[in-house]
Ligand binder design. Sequence first.
Ligand code: PMP
Length: 374
Amino acid sequence: MAPVTGSRDGGTGGPQGARLPSVRPDLGALSGYHSAQVDVDVRLNTNESPMAPPAAWTEALGNRLADVEFNRYPDRQATELRRALARSHGVAPEQVFCANGSNEVLQSLLLAYGGAGRSVALFEPTYTLHGHIARITGTGVLAGRRTDDFRLDLAEVGRITASGDPVITFLASPNNPTGRAEPADVVEAVLSLAPGLLVVDEAYGQFAPSSSLDLLTAGGAGSDRLAVVRTFSKTWSMAGVRLGYLVAAPEVVEACELVALPYHLDSIKQLAGVLALGFVDEMESRVALLKEERGRIAAAFAELPLESWPSDANFILFRPTGKEAKSVWSDLLAASVLVRDCSEWPGLAGCLRVTVGLPEENDRFLAALTESLR
Ligand code: PMP
């Protein structure tokens, strides 16, 4: 993205030399994070849930909308929502901060703890937005590498965390776009190496065999420096609502509240979140179905000319071996199947990522992929 230079003149007056300012020079080097929003039959590019929320949730939300006082600002403390989330995780409401998607949770953490002269640590390839939001907030990024099979290398974690004094160390678990979750002992080891706050982004946490929430609620050494971030966008089928949260020590929640705009969580979103928590069984059965489908895709991959990596999430990273990733991506698009092209992301040459969809969507994807790789 080229920086906007603002050199147009001929405006509506103002002092001599008045002009549209140029944007911050440090933003010029940042390009946006966008996945194509193309109209296709089978959309497997943004790790959303392929299913609508339960009909009973939609109905309950519709019924309760009439009670919303639309002329009043929402509950600034999101009391009911935080209480419900706290109950679901066995923590206190003071340990929960909610925002507009987990991306805004990450932004709040970076606004509170990052900034000029400070840095964060992360291990690539990982979720691009950790580094991207850090840079937007003027925070330095200490970027380490994962191993060739995308695992964390604790020696590298030690080297990177000791190379600066990162205020935050980020892990995504399961890691996007590579798929694997970090086992609890690895998270504990990273916590013992990180000098500041360890943020474990569990956007796909419900698909994984373990969660760092257990580490946090167990209250062991360093658990007051651990924040776990979650979202309603994936397993809860609510990407359109934009709701995410973190669970951490009350001090971390207070820090995020310092930088959150007043009334940033609208009344409908708060209500939608509270109601969703009444549908845990439905959510879990969706997760089970998607995990089964993930296994089916992985088994089909084993028969195709491609390399792929084990996934604990609702997506799988793969690298076609006999054909350029971009041309496979185009073949899929021609068959009206959209996947994510990661082939130009650092450390991911030749890779594509597919989100697990409904059984019939996965069938379409596998048929189109088989045809492309034939
Ligand atoms: N973290 C990770 C690892 C993600 O993959 C995503 C979604 N792409 C997010 C956070 C952001 O999710 P949301 O803002 O929709 O909660």
